[in-house]
Design a protein around this ligand. Structure first.
Ligand code: HEC
Length: 101
């Protein structure tokens, strides 16, 4: 499944909503696509990082391994505490989708 979603360099394609991944990792439990909820919306996140070089790499690592909070005091729980570990391919797919919001 992940292999089907991951197309190297195929970011335009990756922006189709990766619904299965989003469900599996409960992203929408805390985020909405547009409108702040308990976490910044994916649209806010996209506005902030869209034009920053290497932001996607930072965000992929953060999704998989965690990192310090950028939006307030509450940081995102580790992937192990959400839906389980996220592969590099899945993190790439998710981040490309978020940045397209
Ligand atoms: C349990 C709640 C929760 C879940 C589930 C969750 N997030 Fe988050 N997320 C947060 C919070 C809180 C923040 C703000 C953290 C911060 O200040 O950096 C955040 C921040 C982010 C950021 C911005 C990180 C940064 O450094 O600015 C991205 C991208 C993101 N989430 C993507 C996702 C994706 C994709 C999923 C599903 C795989 C997901 N989140 C699931 C709570 C959650």
């Amino acid at each position: 499944m992940a292999g089907l979603l991951f197309v190297p360099g195929g970011d335009a394609l990756a922006q189709a909503e990766p619904t299965a991944l989003i469900d599996q990792h409960h992203c929408m439990f805390c985020h909405t696509t547009n409108g702040p909820f308990s976490a910044p919306s994916f649209h806010q996140i996209a506005e902030r990082y869209r034009n920053k070089r290497s932001a996607d790499v930072m965000l992929e690592n953060k999704l998989r391994l965690g990192g310090k909070a950028h939006w307030g005091d509450m940081s995102m729980p580790l992937s192990a505490d959400r839906g389980g570990p996220i592969s590099p391919e899945d993190a790439h797919t998710l981040v490309q989708w978020v940045l397209g919001q």
